[in-house]
Design a binder for this molecule. Structure first.
Ligand SMILES: [Ca+2]
Ligand SMILES: [Ca+2]
Ligand SMILES: [Ca+2]
Length: 166
């Protein structure tokens, strides 16, 4: 959160110390490891000057809110937590914040789940059931992501279902 620093002496000034900007491009992808499939998170590093690290938060299905999972100084994390296959293991939510050297923390980033490998808003299981590609956000490459097509009732497998000529 931003903090305010009134001057102790001299001319009256008030400095607003802005907290870092939130990351907006967090992604969760399946990672085959040790005979299982685990959840890997990745994001772009913050462009806010002074950012020294990131905090990864997760929400368990039975938990009312997010809890700290790990801190990292790099732009990704192998969570060690299972990728969801159908309803088992359970769906988890993830988010990340940026932290600067003074300990100021950004708001949460976008939220991702461990059951949507291409981040298009449809779960892997729903994509398999509906024959769209769980590894490609826009299966028919018409510019509308599969989740948007599902919400709009257009077809994710045939191009230009929105009739815009693209
Ligand atoms: Ca998907
Ligand atoms: Ca897809
Ligand atoms: Ca499409």
């Amino acid at each position: 959160m931003p903090t305010l620093s009134p001057s102790q002496a001299g001319p009256t000034t008030l400095t607003v110390n802005e907290s870092p900007a939130a990351n907006q491009n967090l992604k969760a992808t399946p990672l085959a490891k040790d005979g299982g499939v685990l959840t890997r998170l990745s994001f772009s590093v913050s462009t806010t000057p002074g950012v020294t690290g990131y905090r990864i938060y997760r929400k368990e299905p039975t938990s009312p809110g997010f809890a700290l999972l790990a801190s990292t100084t790099t732009s990704g994390l192998d969570t060690g937590l299972a990728w969801a296959g159908g309803d088992t293991p359970a769906k988890r939510l993830f988010s990340v914040t940026a932290v600067d050297g003074a300990g100021r923390e950004s708001f949460l980033s976008n939220v991702v789940t461990n059951d949507d490998a291409d981040g298009d808003g449809l779960t892997d299981a729903d994509e398999v059931a509906g024959a769209s590609d769980p590894a490609l956000a826009d299966t028919d490459r018409d510019g509308l992501e599969d989740g948007v097509e599902a919400a709009n009732g257009t077809h994710a497998l045939a191009g230009d279902t929105d009739g815009d000529g693209a």
